[in-house]
Design a protein around this ligand. Structure first.
Ligand code: SF4
Length: 434
């Protein structure tokens, strides 16, 4: 969606914690970047939080983006919309706050099912400095306790597409209820498909890890309480601001790799099991069958993908865990693994598991990166939609990184689906070239 100067590389990296981490130095680039903006997160977040509504305060461009991103969905009652800033608002001739209040009033009068309303900032609302935090506080006072009104930014000036989820969850974490008990609880952080969430909840229960809550919850009233007795486990690597908001309230992170691939899922579950003192035998009893099922499901993909070379453009921030999975469980070779931001504290376990000598890059200078990709001629290139078509036209097989977020890929039973995402474009290209 945007072609912008990358200005947030510095400060993302934190001190390396492991010897091998210190050896891997990413190529850091600052230049033009090609990414979707954070509004895109609404496409999966509105499905997850079933009584929430996302009101984008933006332009016709924002509305078009959302229509195309969610275009195939059919709604009985839509759960997102755009309040369009017109020229009079942008020129400061109208009071945008008054207009926003009127839009919210009409929306909430018509839709009594809405329990949380997110005011989502965009590039235009930021350019005219419309203070949505104050608007959310003002409107919350008016509509509480029936409706909670939160705000976050999905603007492409500030965010890549997965950062929209991070900003949304950080807003929820800041306002989540305080703990009322001294019992230690586990909060799994990151929007997961319901089917994946149910699988994890079942395994935690069988291991005796309890109580377990998910952030975000499916219903506004079920958002987890947060406080010093909260231990949290990140389900995605792109939740830096959410983690900071949780820690601000006293919660402590359980360090772990991410639950992608058999190995990643096992290590992720084990980190929580160890924090709860679960005996090894219990852990093995609970995980052995799904683990074996996951490993078996990967066999045919390994045969198809082993030795194939993958190149990652920076986009989703899922690049490093997925590259680890492709290399270790499917035998693929990594040519370059790009990520928009390298958060070493959250990714240190993942970086430890990458093959020696892997080329990481952080940030982007898209023309230089395209040149490197063309020189390397990888078998598969993971990139945003804007780069995929030109690269396909040049004879390179591509995988849209946004599919990695739209598809349930976490958990043992989804390992094959994740592998399939990479096998399919290669198979298609083979068929086309025969
Ligand atoms: S928020 Fe910015 S980048 Fe995203 S659709 Fe709106 S104008 Fe485009």
């Amino acid at each position: 969606m945007t072609t912008l100067e990358l200005d947030r590389i510095a400060g993302c990296a934190e001190p390396a914690q492991h010897a091998k981490n210190q050896q891997i130095e990413p190529l850091r680039e600052r230049g033009q970047r090609e990414v979707f903006c954070g509004l895109t997160g609404i496409v999966w977040l509105h499905r997850k939080i079933q009584d929430a509504f996302f009101l984008i305060v933006g332009s016709r461009t924002c509305a078009h983006l959302m229509q195309s991103a969610a275009g195939v969905m059919i709604f009985a009652e839509p759960r997102f919309a755009t309040a369009i800033l017109e020229e009079r608002d942008l020129a400061g001739l109208a009071d945008a706050n008054e207009e926003l209040d009127a839009v919210v009033q009409r929306l909430l009068a018509r839709r009594t099912d809405i329990k949380t309303l997110f005011l989502v900032g965009s590039c235009p609302s930021e350019v005219i400095k419309l203070d949505l935090k104050r608007a959310a506080a003002r409107l919350s006072a008016q509509y509480a306790p029936d409706v909670r009104i939160l705000n976050y930014s999905g603007s492409g000036i500030e965010t890549t597409f997965t950062q929209g989820e991070d900003a949304c969850l950080a807003a929820i974490a800041e306002q989540s209820p305080a703990e009322t008990s001294e019992e230690t609880s586990l909060v799994v952080v990151g929007a997961l498909a319901d089917v994946v969430e149910d699988q994890f909840a079942r395994m935690f229960e069988e291991m005796g890890v309890a109580p377990v809550r998910f952030l975000p919850a499916r219903k506004s009233a079920e958002m987890p309480a947060i406080g010093p007795n909260t231990r949290y486990l990140l389900a995605h690597p792109y939740l830096r601001d959410t983690a900071a908001a949780l820690e601000e309230r006293g919660a402590q992170r359980i360090p772990a790799p991410f639950p992608l691939g058999v190995e990643g899922v096992t290590a992720w579950l084990k980190a929580a099991a160890d924090a709860w003192g679960v005996p090894q035998q219990t852990f093995d009893d609970v995980t052995a069958a799904p683990r074996a099922r996951g490993a078996r499901s990967l066999e045919r993909y390994r045969a198809a993908l082993a030795g194939k070379r993958a190149f990652f453009f920076p986009d989703s921030q899922l690049e490093i865990p997925i590259a680890r999975f492709l290399a270790r469980e499917l035998g693929m070779k990594l040519t370059e693994v790009g990520t928009p931001y390298l958060h070493r504290a959250h990714l240190s376990e993942e970086i430890e598991m990458l093959p020696d000598g892997v080329q990481l890059s952080e940030g982007q200078d898209v023309d230089k990166q395209l040149d490197r990709c063309r020189d390397l001629r990888p078998d598969i290139t993971v990139c945003g939609l804007g780069l995929a078509n030109p690269l396909e036209a040049e004879g390179l097989a591509t995988k849209w990184s946004i599919e990695l977020v739209f598809t349930p890929i976490q958990g043992y039973d989804q390992c094959a689906d994740l592998a399939e995402l990479f096998a399919r474009p290669l198979l298609r290209r083979e068929r086309l070239t025969v």
